[in-house]
Design a protein around this ligand. Structure first.
Ligand code: FEO
Length: 504
């Protein structure tokens, strides 16, 4: 029975293109093509003399003997089936061409075909000696079976926990099949290069092991230092206007994927501070070889929950008919009138929570305006605040506006979630209004903005109604004013008051 279950699992992995050679042989009689593939690399089907995919493969050299063999994915809509990636994503994989050939991770199942083509091209007929598995999440691990089927002699190196997870996904124990467990501090010589390993639990799964090449100063950082977005041919961050074009993608990637684990990220950054890093090769996004300090500093801010833009405000509203949106806009306007720059306002029903989580990590002050729904927060706001808490957001200032048509309750509900988060400071009293903001609501919102800013806000006066107009019947000159003085004289033709007629 157990064998039958495993067989079904195996068939699933074959269908996914992830069956391993050992799993193949353990399963008894198997389809001939796979058995052949597993038996002898020289008989592996490779691409039958033709490229399976258009083009010539996309092997890029990071250094003289380190190749990038990853794949851009622009077809993906939702990364991890939850995060929109309108600019795509890259699944990075690296091949070290030393006396031993060393593969660092594979790719997502959707990218296995072009990845195998890159691997074959980069190897140029050499065998694949080592596969270092740093992270077992399937966006990097789905290609393990395909690699083992083509290169059955490859020796796997992975953490103890990674070996367990490999067995869970592939019904294959890499250690019982010639692999080796790597531990922090252990070294591996591949010829000219010496690799050492750095445990990075929860960055982003518990089994993660980063690799540091002590010879060239390359840190293979697994998910850390990744960025959403396809590479588009730009292998290195310094080949792009990263700060302008990609920082938001990097922030959204970090905060949503590992934002919860700031303590663990700081622990890895502490370890990294004692080694000389020349370049960082992450599993997503561009490689870093310049301005590393700037990017690491961003990580320190995110991992310690310190805002990057401590003078900025973000206003988040949940509104059904626009009245609470109106209140949010009034607050944003008062903050701007009071001197705050770059105030941002977001509709929580429309903006993806992953963008709002990234924004919440960016700024110090968050304002929430929410209508009452089922005696609770409006559902998208409730989901968002729970998401903030799940991502361990902390150390922020917040202000609240609530509305309702008979019994406003959203304020208390928001406060209950926010006040439970670590080191949160409420600024001002909750502003409450019924159905639609009125003049009194505006006053309260102005007072709230003043509390946030710690300074008075000069509210611009509303434009006055147009004055009455009088037309000179002699020359056509227009005079504006409620009345005309008895001694008024037209400045154009000199006619007296009696020559003017009221026109509006
Ligand atoms: Fe990119 Fe945690 O996988």
């Amino acid at each position: 029975m157990e064998k039958e279950v495993n067989r079904r699992q195996f068939i699933k992995t074959v269908a996914a293109g992830t069956a391993s050679a050992a799993a193949l042989s353990a399963m008894g009689p198997l389809p001939q093509a796979f058995a052949e593939e597993a038996k002898d690399q020289s008989k592996a089907p490779s691409f039958g003399g033709k490229k399976q995919f258009a083009g010539t493969g996309l092997v890029r050299m990071v250094t003289d003997d380190l190749a990038y063999i990853g794949v851009d994915d622009r077809r993906i809509q939702l990364f991890e089936n939850v995060y929109p990636v309108p600019r795509g994503v890259s699944y990075n994989s690296y091949l070290l061409l030393d006396e031993k050939t060393v593969l660092f991770d594979t790719v997502d199942r959707t990218a296995v075909g072009p990845f195998l083509e890159n691997l074959e091209l980069a190897l140029k007929g050499r065998s694949l000696d080592y596969l270092i598995i740093q992270h077992m999440e399937p966006d990097h691990a789905a290609g393990i079976g395909a690699v083992m089927a083509r290169y059955p002699q490859v020796k796997i190196f992975c953490s103890e926990l990674a070996a367990v997870i490999i067995n869970q996904f592939f019904a294959f124990d890499p250690i019982k099949n010639g692999g080796e467990v790597i531990k922090e501090g252990m070294t591996l010589s591949t010829g000219r290069h010496t690799l050492t390993f750095v445990a990075a639990p929860m960055v982003h799964w518990p089994e993660v092991m980063m690799t540091y090449d002590t010879t060239d100063g390359t840190l293979f950082s697994a998910d850390a230092f990744g960025t959403f977005g396809a590479l588009n041919g730009n292998l290195f961050a310094d080949q792009t206007d990263f700060k302008k074009e990609s920082l938001a993608d990097a922030r959204r990637y970090y905060t949503n994927i590992v934002g919860k684990y700031g303590k663990q990220v700081m622990s890895v950054l502490d370890k990294a501070s004692s080694i000389k890093i020349e370049r960082i090769c992450p599993l997503h996004g561009p490689i870093w070889r310049e301005d590393l300090g700037w990017f690491i500093d961003k990580y320190v801010h995110w991992a310690t929950y310190e805002p990057e833009d401590s003078g900025d405000s973000v206003v988040l509203y949940g509104s059904v008919y626009g009245n609470t949106e109106n209140a949010a806009n009034i607050l944003a306007s008062r903050l701007s009138d009071g001197g705050r720059r770059n105030v941002k306002v977001y509709d929580v029903s429309k903006t993806h929570p992953s963008e709002l989580i990234a924004e919440a990590f960016r700024v110090k002050h968050l304002a929430f305006a929410c209508m009452t729904y089922n005696m609770d927060m409006f559902t998208p706001m409730k989901n968002l605040l729970n998401d903030f808490a799940a991502h361990n957001l902390q150390n922020r200032d917040y202000s609240l506006i609530e509305s309702g048509s008979w019994s406003p309750a959203a304020g208390k509900k928001m406060d209950a979630v926010l006040s439970e988060m670590k080191n949160m400071r409420k600024i001002g009293d909750t502003v409450t209004f019924l159905s639609s903001p009125d003049e009194e609501t505006e006053k309260q919102i102005t007072a709230l903005a003043e509390k946030v800013l710690g300074a008075p806000v000069n509210v611009p006066e509303a434009p006055k109604a147009a004055a009455t107009q009088w037309k000179c019947t002699v020359c056509g000159y227009i005079y504006e004013g409620d009345t005309i003085a008895d001694d008024y004289v037209c400045p154009v033709c000199g006619a007296g008051k009696d020559a003017f007629e009221k026109i509006g």
